[in-house]
Design a protein around this ligand. Structure first.
Ligand code: HEM
Length: 461
């Protein structure tokens, strides 16, 4: 049962599509190939094949949990070299996946969000105080600063650790190190498959990654050691407390020390660079669409009048429905996780017509599906009202998946949405956003998508 799928032109023996691939922006490049190659095609980097799925019906079918599951390979396979079987990089069948999932799930419940709200408000106020100071002397470096916000937030609410990110105007050293490690993992599919040659050609990069990893581990070990030696006063239900003190309700086993370290690295990364990317893209889109920013501000000021110092309560965030649509629409246009890996659980037909083999690596190309004509006559336009319930009902189901799908979808979804809506609302309440007239959006891929060198003028309202 085989079908020959289209593939990029100029494929070479052994190398495959290496010469026409774009390692710096792999998923954007794949999405650009969709008009030419169609809703499903094959790509090959050295000896590794990947089936790229972007047809909306095929994408929805690929999310059928009865026939497909997460594929752990490519960048995620390389991430295992760093964080082994932590939540994001574990095989679904590995005991540590269900153990960690069961132990940590309560930290992402609605009542947990209520506990985190005050810390999120305080940390966003720190960002605003930092920007009040800096915005007077020129545009701010948006992504560096949203990363400070989100790292500081996940550090505090997950692990009781204060990164003191706003005490320096430099990028946070932990964020730089951990992002460097994961960015390298993200590009690892393009490593030269001859080990000694790869190490010779990339020796400087590899030395930097090793240094970054050593630093990352030393910070994380310090966070865990501090909690173990001084648990007094720390919450008994944050991510770290749950991992140190709770057994899996199914089976009664605890996570090992090694696994806890890998989980902390995973959460500090997944919990910060995703939300910071979302906030950065949202601020860019709001700055370049003042009509949308005005509508959002009208909603925000109906809760917290202009000129007052807002004191958001938990329930306010759910009233900010337009701001939430801004976040949803940002994640449609710029899904910072631009695709997710899947594999058939057994031989099957994708979309009833394409034969696929058990274990075959496939990518659900969210970036392309989120911009498909099925979204309307102008899928590239930034239009938050696409997410009005009456308009959402007119679209086929299963085509909006910024947080992945099924069993392995994002555990941090609620946290990310609460944090994003809150931060955008407080920022829009405080500032008018002034885009840099010469700025052309350029998007880097370092495991996730992020805008390059995005600067914005902030005028205090
Ligand atoms: C807007 C922000 C975020 C986006 C768009 C996002 C997106 C995703 C996606 C697409 C996946 C599935 C990956 C796959 O199938 O391979 C995922 C998984 C995951 N995310 Fe997020 N994420 C966000 C925020 C967060 C936050 C704030 C946390 C933690 C505090 C987090 C922790 C995780 C973890 C641990 C997994 C692996 C879950 C598992 O496999 O069981 N994410 N995320």
């Amino acid at each position: 049962m085989t079908t020959t799928l289209p593939h990029p032109p100029h494929r070479l023996p052994v190398l495959g599509d290496v010469l026409t691939a774009d390692p710096a922006r792999p998923t954007q490049h794949l999405a650009e190939q969709v008009p030419e190659l169609g809703p499903i095609f094959d790509t090959q980097i050295f000896r590794h094949h990947l089936t790229v799925v972007s047809g909306t019906d095929l994408y929805a079918d690929l999310c059928d949990e009865k026939r497909f599951g997460k594929h752990v390979g490519f960048s995620i396979g390389f991430a295992r070299e760093v964080v082994a079987d932590a939540l994001f990089s574990a095989y679904t069948t590995e005991p540590n996946w269900s153990r960690a999932h069961n132990i940590l799930q309560p930290a992402f419940s609605l009542s947990a969000m209520k506990n985190y709200h005050a810390t999120m408000v305080d940390t966003t106020r720190e960002l605003i105080a930092y920007w009040d100071e800096r915005a007077r002397s020129g545009p701010v470096d948006v992504h560096t600063d949203t990363s400070k916000l989100t790292l500081q937030t996940i550090g505090r609410i997950g692990f009781g650790h204060d990164f003191r990110s706003f005490e320096s105007s430099e990028p946070d050293p932990y964020a730089t190190a951990v992002t460097g490690v994961f960015a390298y993992m993200g590009r690892s599919g393009y490593r030269i498959p001859v080990h000694w040659l790869d190490h010779l050609v990339h020796r400087r990069t590899i030395a930097q990654v090793e240094a970054d990893l050593a630093y990352t581990r030393s910070v994380v070990d310090d966070v865990i050691r501090t909690r173990r030696t001084h648990p007094e006063g720390a919450p008994d239900d944050d991510l770290l407390a749950l991992m140190l003190t709770t057994a899996d309700p199914e089976g009664g086993r605890f996570l090992s020390d090694e696994n806890i370290r890998n989980q902390v690295i995973t959460f500090l990364n997944a919990g910060h660079e995703t939300t910071s990317g979302t906030l950065s893209f949202a601020l860019h889109l709001l700055a370049t669409h003042p009509d949308v920013a005005d509508l959002a501000r009208a909603e925000i000021e109906s809760l917290w009048p202009a000129g007052t110092d807002p004191d958001p309560v938990f329930a306010d965030i759910h009233k900010l429905k337009y701001v939430r649509r801004v976040v949803d629409e940002t994640l449609r246009l710029w899904p910072i996780a631009p695709g997710f890996l899947r594999e058939p659980l057994r031989d099957t037909l994708l979309g009833g017509r394409y034969p696929v083999r058990a274990g075959q690596p496939m990518v659900a190309l969210t970036l392309a599906v989120h911009r498909d004509p099925v979204w309307g006559p102008d899928p590239l336009a930034f239009d938050p009202d696409r997410f009005l319930p009456e308009r959402a009902r007119t679209r086929p189901p299963g085509i909006y998946k910024p947080f992945g799908t099924g069993l392995r979808q994002c555990i941090g979804r609620q946290l990310a949405l609460h944090e994003s809506v809150l931060a955008l609302a407080l920022i829009l309440h405080r500032y008018d956003l002034e885009p840099d007239p010469g700025y052309e959006l350029e998007v880097a891929e370092e495991f996730t998508l992020k805008p390059v060198n995005l600067r914005l003028g902030l005028r205090r309202r």
